[in-house]
Design a protein around this ligand. Structure first.
Ligand code: RB5
Length: 142
């Protein structure tokens, strides 16, 4: 189950992500926002972060205007590793190296085509399970 969250700056791109998830038969839970009306991104970042940290959802996708504010908010929640990505190399590396459990993107930064490739990369790339990466992830949590 994938947790979704966005603010007004990410709303339009999130509608494209939802279409992609539905076409590719991914299950998701949408924590909002549900319109283009102005809202506060920390609320949505934290809702998704808690859903992932509590195990209700396996992964999350967050979108605000830049992806910055919403990823900062999500990363305040223990156990969350939210990675802001604007390219596929980073999306692949953050899964393999950081076992990132939330993907963040900027709706005013990346176009739809690239964003959907980033989503695909993030959702299909497994964690490497390399000892050195496991060690470093544990160091983050200390
Ligand atoms: C909202 O205008 C904007 O500040 C927000 O979407 C995000 O970019 C914050 O980091």
């Amino acid at each position: 189950m994938i947790a979704l969250g966005c603010d007004h700056g990410g709303y339009e791109l999130m509608q494209e992500v939802i279409k992609y998830l539905e076409e590719n038969h991914y299950e998701y839970k949408n924590f909002g926002t549900y319109s283009k009306d102005s809202v506060d991104y920390p609320e949505y970042g934290k809702k998704v972060a808690h859903a992932v940290a509590d195990g209700e959802c396996d992964k999350g996708i967050l979108i605000c205007g830049t992806g910055i504010g919403i990823s900062i908010a999500a990363n305040k929640v223990k156990g969350v590793r939210a990675a802001l990505c604007s390219d596929c190399f980073s999306a692949q590396a953050t899964r393999e190296h950081n076992d990132a459990n939330i993907l963040a993107m900027g709706g005013r930064v990346v176009g739809t085509g690239l964003a959907l490739k980033i989503v695909e990369t993030f959702l299909t790339t497994p964690f490497s399970n390399d000892e050195r990466h496991i060690r470093r992830i544990h160091l983050i949590e200390e």
